[in-house]
Design a protein around this ligand. Sequence first.
Ligand SMILES: *Cc1c(COP(=O)(O)O)cnc(C)c1O
Length: 387
Amino acid sequence: MDKKSSLDYFAEQKLASIEQRGLRRVLDITSRGQAGAATRREKRLISFCCNDYLGLSQDPKVRKAAADAIMTFGTGAGASRLVTGNHPLYAALEKSLSDIKRSDSAVVFGSGYLANLGAIPVFAGPEDLCLCDVLAHASMHAGLRASGSKVEYFLHNDLENCRQKLLEKRASFKKCLILTEGVFSMDGDRAPLRGLCDLAEEFEAWLFVDDAHGLGVLGDGAGSVAAAGLQKRAHLQMGTLSKSVGSYGGFLSGSSPVIDLLVNRARSLIYETGLPPAAVAASIAALDIIRTDKDRVSRPLRLARDFAEGLGLPEAQSAIVPLILGSPEAALHASFELQKEGFLVAAIRPPTVPVGTARLRFTFCANHLDEDVSGLIEAIRRLDLVK
Ligand SMILES: *Cc1c(COP(=O)(O)O)cnc(C)c1O
């Protein structure tokens, strides 16, 4: 075969182009420890870019629950949940999730990504309209694409723009889904959920909220929908067990018929092996802590607010604080300089964020020490990163 038609040549050309734009990514080996500690290339750093907001992935009770589950149930689920993979821990986890969400029911998927990918096509198809915030997570885009529905994006958090699109388009479609994140993963701001609920009611649409970054952090741990007092009005809440819960998996919560329909129709649930028992057991133990340890739950938001205030940034609305620097090179350079100061903060670049908005994304966790947060503020000042 001609060299230029080889697969390797194709990959090398693609990589060269990615590299040239400052967008090449690598998998850096990182081991994580207590209090935000992370070791990378033999350097001990304090990480401000984990989503383990409550430090539960390192919690002794959570670890023990996972280890016990391995000894009781083994390491794998052995089959999809609808065959023999629905081990006894699943029911306890789904009960715990519907308790914390105050919903009738909940269903656990293999991950948050798979939950969005599988759930959205269950509620919207080719004759339907989906209106989605333009900054929504890649997994929602994947679900929207898989649904085959007509997809329109409204400007970020812009109720007027969403309303305009509903006025123009709603009447030509059967069903309509409005999709947003509760807390935006790369910006840390919250969606105007009350306004979106109002629009959903006015235009006979259903509201789908991806609350990956709200669970465990906002609304006493119940998430951004609860924080806004809207549990009875948001139709579908999606969440992940991989962030504040410190384990792995994703879920949808909602009414019993809605959840039963997902079990019957969501392809990413039906055709996928169940989660390992250890992951499910860890989530159950972690949710117990989220329900009872209010001090731990309130700390990430408090630290994020202290940090933003210390640097004169807008008030933090979640555990995530972005510092937008513009070019990928500027973000990489800032990340590199902070690493020299002992802090691990990943540079976030396109296509994860829009072109021209490459940034540092800081996340705050309950187990960060106050002095590490003040040390971080000092380092950022020294490096003159806030313009
Ligand atoms: C992380 C994330 C997901 C995916 O969740 P995983 O459990 O990591 O697959 C989905 N939506 C948003 C907004 C996220 O930040």
